[in-house]
Design a protein around this ligand. Structure first.
Ligand code: NAD
Length: 455
């Protein structure tokens, strides 16, 4: 099949590349000429394990190409995936400007039947809005061209995006019960047939329910995280170990182990904005989602849990102190710094006068840009942050090590070397990577999240 994917971010690039790998011909369109130029040179603007090789293979096989030419993109695919960004607007709602612009471009150039697929995470009712724009643009040109808008939200996880896309738990398709909607559904089923060979993974529903499903999924996952973080803070007060509690409840199949880790709060480009957007949708319909609003405020507080523990130990003035910081990306295996908890930790420590020596296996360049943005009004703070190439370079003469992202490379370090290099053997572990008893035996003061440990 011939497919166009609009937007070459984490979702668009993975979607386009994986669909090409299944044998389809795919044209990826982006409005960012720098991104397209990079992709045309065989480079990849984001870090996602395995993606670069898969792009190169499919470009070489003639199945995958990139362009900034919107008209060529519209002409190419009978199926047009919209996979552009939907960031949070100032009031917490989803900013739909990229999606609506993408829809307008399709409407402006289409001459025959198109399936327009919302793969971006979009508020309930966006399908109707996109259809309205397409109708408007087509009518203005005085042509006749039919279309259907399908909702096909994406559930991939950054860091495991290719595996998630290629082996989805479910494929959600929302379509209207109209002849065009059913025609579109048949095409989408054909496109996704290779994923359904083992068993049927497709869930067909109406467009609004499909749009809602994506928000409900992210809201549920965020809820589990905030729930555990709040319990972890109580565990610290009562002297219990949240890790034991996690295993104790996770073994119940009604609960399960996933997404029960206490830590420094969720970040990234999805949970924060999607939780806010769903709460905003509810408010605009006269309903308050009380659980979800609590999930968000617990998370906001949890992002400062590490800084609070540091201040408890040293007081709120940190001049003359140096902290090693391991992990900048919002989670392992990605370079994505959007809403990364490390940004808040660094800001709090730097504002209190500390120096920070930071390491991340892949996100240092993105972190530099993100911090430059965060410190635009106080550029002197940027001078307090140094990025180092090796985790051991960070701990040298550090007053304490702060762990923010649970990269595999940090799981079994040489504690003897770390202890010898540091001014004081003290670890604030925002991801509970180590066992408090082991750390005590290794001669460290160890502060986790909800482990009943104090500095
Ligand atoms: P992103 O910001 O990484 O990429 C968006 C891309 O779209 C950019 O390259 C931008 O230049 C391009 N773009 C913007 N307007 C355009 C236009 N009119 N025409 C063509 N290109 C345009 O975004 P992302 O992280 O890939 O997320 C995309 C959507 O998928 C969002 O709605 C997000 O919520 C959702 N989603 C993301 C993830 C994830 O893990 N990142 C997972 C599931 C769903």
């Amino acid at each position: 099949m011939q497919i166009t994917v609009v937007g070459t971010g984490y979702v668009g690039l993975v979607t386009g590349t994986c669909l090409a790998d299944l044998g389809n011909r795919v044209l990826c369109v982006d409005v960012d000429p720098a991104k397209i130029a990079l992709l045309e040179r065989g480079e990849v603007p984001i870090y996602e394990p395995g993606l670069k090789e898969l792009i190169q293979d499919n470009v070489a096989a003639g199945r995958l190409a990139f362009t900034t030419d919107v008209a060529a993109g519209v002409a190419f695919g009978e199926i047009q995936f919209i996979a552009v960004g939907t960031p949070a607007a100032a009031d917490g709602s989803a900013d739909l400007s990229q999606v609506l612009q993408a829809a307008r471009n399709i409407g402006r150039h289409m001459t025959d039947f198109k399936v327009v697929v919302n793969k971006s995470t979009v508020p309930i009712g966006t399908g109707e809005q996109v259809a309205g724009i397409l109708r408007e643009e087509i009518a203005q040109r005085g042509v006749t061209a039919s279309f259907a808008v399908v909702s096909n939200p994406e559930f991939l996880k950054e860091g495991a995006a290719i595996a998630d896309f290629m082996r989805p738990d479910r494929i959600v398709l929302g379509a209207d019960d109209t002849p065009e909607g059913q025609r579109a559904l048949a095409l989408m089923r054909r496109l996704y047939a290779p994923f359904n060979r083992h068993h049927e993974r497709t869930r067909v529903m109406d467009v609004k329910s499909a749009e809602f499903t994506k928000y409900a999924a992210n809201a549920m996952l965020a809820t589990r995280i905030s729930f555990m973080n709040e319990l972890a803070n109580l565990a610290d007060r009562v002297g219990a170990d949240i890790e034991s509690v996690r295993q104790g409840i996770g073994s119940d199949p009604r609960i399960g182990y996933s997404f029960l880790y206490a830590g420094t709060g969720y970040g990234g480009s999805c949970f924060p904005k999607d939780v806010q957007a769903l709460a905003h949708t509810a408010r605009s319909h006269g309903q308050k989602l009380r659980v979800l609003e609590a999930v968000e405020s617990v998370n906001d507080e949890q992002k400062s849990v590490i800084a609070r523990k540091v201040f408890e130990r040293y007081g709120e003035r940190l001049e003359g102190r140096t902290f090693a910081l391991w992990g900048l990306a919002f989670k392992p295996n990605t370079d994505d710094m959007r809403e990364a908890p490390s940004r808040g930790v660094i800001a709090a420590l730097a504002r209190a006068g500390a120096r920070i020596r930071a390491h991340d296996p892949v996100a240092m360049e993105q972190a530099r840009a993100a911090l430059a943005e965060d410190f635009r009004a106080e550029p002197a703070l940027l001078q307090r942050v140094e990025f180092v190439r090796h985790p051991m370079d960070a701990v040298k003469d550090a007053d304490a090590l702060v762990i923010v992202t649970e990269w595999k490379a940090y799981r079994s370090p040489n504690f003897g070397l770390i202890k010898a290099a540091m001014r004081e053997p003290l670890i604030f572990d925002g991801r509970n990577l180590y066992e408090p008893q082991d750390m005590q035996q290794a001669g460290f003061t160890y502060v986790g999240i909800g482990r009943g440990t104090r500095a």
